[in-house]
Structures are given as structure tokens and as C-alpha cells.
Design a protein around this ligand. Structure first.
Ligand SMILES: [Zn+2]
Ligand SMILES: [Zn+2]
Length: 361
């Protein structure tokens, strides 16, 4: 089979390689991959500027959907042909305080699919059965491949941030993560304002499909003034920073109301400079968010199944795995929203049964 490998540490060093089809060990399953989304962190792996441990040579890719093709020894509750997606925390210690309390996303021993253990930019991927989630019948493979980013957003927005009905929530960064967070804040009853730059013009237009109250182009409009006008002069109750740019975080700390909440979702990939003291003077509640936990996956799939959020318009581009360079280029150029790579299986049926939403190529 083919896999998109990070071949060695350092910037670049990614290529498609032929590699033997993996086989599932005890407690594991092998999944035939349908779609794998390109994540911002895949770009960070490409550029080697991410703090999450990477162990090359490793097949990358962690946002995927597929069908179970083979069960390892001792796996119960699943069968060949089940439509699934999988959590990415494939190695964790199970005995630390965080694992025992369900927050294995911050287990010090956590190792991640597509970083440390071979991932899903491939025809087949092996994952522990305990990491699986069944895709509801109403959730297509294409939409199902967005469960992972959605679960990360659910963890940040619905689990870690205390949003009250009627709150004004400002989302900074209208990429796919920002637009998922916008919808999740709406599920909590918030009024949502999405902010981006002039480069994000198309994405801000897409944000209007999320039922937001307003979008703001920070290059063309004064965000402080605009948000003051929308909030009786107070500023937003909550800011969720999804751009991973220092300017976005600085703006968010400036915008958020006194005694408001600020949640950092975007990763910078480097140290940044900020006026951290502002957190004291405004008495802000600030939190970070990394990855996701079981409850967030369960809630994400519930929201998807019930139609409480709409991910279909995010799936803009589908490319064959072999055209990963074009996919990464589009991501970096901010073309499209969510870009998927699709392996063409060796039996040739890899892309013949497409359930794609008519998106992209
Ligand atoms: Zn991701
Ligand atoms: Zn642990």
C-alpha cells in the first residue's frame, strides 16, 4: 500500500512510500481508509514546528473515516465492515491522574496517531479498538472524517468554556476549526461574531452559513468598534482564538470584556509576545485546549447525527493521496476550507464508491 511518510526530523522530509499493509495486533483493528483530512498540525509536522512528539519514519494523517477490514485477537463488539472513525490518542499510560480521570488528552505518555504511530494518509491504518467510534448511518464517510477536528472543538467550546445563552462569542480565525467552533457556540445559545483578515474574504463568506450575527474583516473594519456596537459597549463575553497567530491572540485579549473568558485553540508553533498582564486587569478566565477526550467525541457525533451542526459546506477539496503536495499547498495558501486526501485502494475500488457531497475534485 501507499503511505504519506514523515521520513526524518527537520523541515520537509515527507514523501509517498510503498509499505506493507499493516496487520492488527491483539486489541487492535485494521481500518480501510475512505477519507483523511489535512489538519493544521500536518503542516506543522511538515515544517517540524510542533511540540507534540513525532517519531519518523511515520505515516502521517489522523482525521479519517473508513470501514473495519480486519479484527485483531480479542476484539469484541466490532465486526468487519463497520463504518468507523477513531480517536488519535493511541498510546497512553492508563494509570496517571489524567488518564484515570478521563483527560488522557494530557497524559504525559500520550502518543498520537499520525505523529508517533503510523496514521491514516494510507490505504489502511491500524488503531486500538478502544479508540473507535461508530459512524451513525446519517453521517457520510466524508463528514465522518471531520469527527476528530469537531471533537477537538467540542472539547474547547462545549467542555472547557462556560458559554451561557445570549452570550456574544467572538471567534478569531475563520478556518474550518473556527467555523466548527462558531456552530458549537451557537448550539450553546450564543450569538456569534467571526473575525478574519482580508485574506480570509471567502472564509468569512462561508461563516455566514453558520448562522453568525456578523463577520468582521479586521483589515477593513475596526473590530473594537464593531464589537462594541454589537455588545452595548462591553465587548464579547467570550473569545475563542482559532487562528494560531500572535496578532489574533493580542486582538482577542483586547476585545474580550472585563471578567470575560478567553480560550486559545490555535497553535502558534513558536513563542509569541503578548501583554499577559491584561489578564489581571480585566480579571479574565483564560484556558487552553489540546486534542479531545471520549466525551467530546460522543457529543460531536451526537451533534452531527442530530443535524445541530452542518459540516457539509466545509468539505471543499478532495484529492487523491498521491497529490498530497497540492493539498498541502492549498491549505497553506488558505484555498478552500477542509481538504481531504483519498487513498486509491490497491484493489482499485478506493474511490469508486464515493459518498462525497459533490465537493472538490
Ligand atoms: Zn487534527
Ligand atoms: Zn496517563
Amino acid at each position: 500500500m501507499k503511505g504519506l511518510f514523515k521520513t526524518a526530523p527537520g523541515p520537509g522530509n515527507m514523501e509517498i512510500r510503498e509499505t506493507p499493509k499493516p496487520s492488527p495486533g491483539p486489541g487492535q483493528v485494521m481500518v480501510k481508509v475512505e477519507y483523511t483530512g489535512i489538519c493544521g498540525s500536518d503542516l506543522h509536522i511538515f515544517h517540524s514546528d510542533i511540540a507534540i512528539p513525532v517519531r519518523p519514519p511515520v505515516i502521517t494523517g489522523h482525521e479519517f473515516s473508513g470501514t473495519i477490514a480486519e479484527l485483531g485477537e480479542g476484539v469484541t463488539g466490532w465486526k468487519v465492515g463497520d463504518r468507523v472513525t477513531s480517536e488519535t490518542a493511541v498510546i497512553r499510560c492508563d494509570v496517571c491522574e489524567f488518564c484515570r480521570s478521563g483527560f488522557y488528552n494530557v497524559c504525559p505518555e500520550r502518543r498520537t496517531l499520525g505523529y508517533w504511530v503510523s496514521g491514516a494518509f494510507a490505504n489502511y491504518v491500524v488503531v486500538p479498538a478502544r479508540n473507535l467510534h461508530a459512524l451513525p448511518d446519517s453521517v457520510s464517510f466524508l463528514i465522518g472524517a471531520m469527527t476528530e477536528p469537531t471533537a477537538c472543538c467540542v472539547h474547547a467550546v462545549n467542555e472547557l468554556t462556560d458559554i451561557r445563552g445570549g452570550d456574544v462569542v467572538a471567534i478569531i480565525g475563520p478556518g474550518s476549526i473556527g467555523l466548527i467552533c462558531a456552530q458549537l457556540a451557537r448550539v450553546e445559545g450564543a450569538e456569534v461574531v467571526v473575525l478574519g483578515t482580508s485574506r480570509d474574504a471567502e472564509r468569512l463568506k462561508a461563516a455566514e452559513k453558520c448562522g453568525v450575527r456578523a463577520t468582521i474583516d479586521v483589515n477593513a473594519q475596526d473590530p473594537v468598534k464593531e464589537l462594541a456596537a454589537l455588545t452595548r459597549g462591553r465587548g464579547p463575553d467570550v473569545v475563542i482564538e482559532c487562528s494560531g497567530a500572535a496578532a489574533g491572540t493580542r486582538l482577542g485579549l483586547e476585545l474580550v470584556r472585563r471578567r470575560g473568558q478567553f480560550t486559545q485553540v490555535g497553535l502558534f508553533g513558536k513563542q509569541i509576545e503578548l501583554d499577559f498582564e491584561r489578564i489581571c486587569y480585566k480579571e479574565l478566565k483564560v484556558t487552553g485546549s489540546i486534542g479531545s477526550i471520549w466525551s467530546a467525541w460522543n457529543k460531536a457525533l451526537h451533534f452531527m447525527e442530530r443535524g445541530l451542526i452542518d459540516l457539509s459546506f466545509l468539505a471543499t477539496d478532495i484529492l487523491p493521496l498521491t497529490e498530497w503536495q497540492e493539498g498541502f499547498r492549498r491549505f497553506e495558501a488558505k484555498e478552500g476550507l477542509k481538504i481531504f486526501l483519498r487513498p486509491v485502494a490497491e484493489d482499485g475500488d478506493g474511490d469508486a464508491d464515493g459518498d462525497g457531497a459533490g465537493a472538490g475534485v
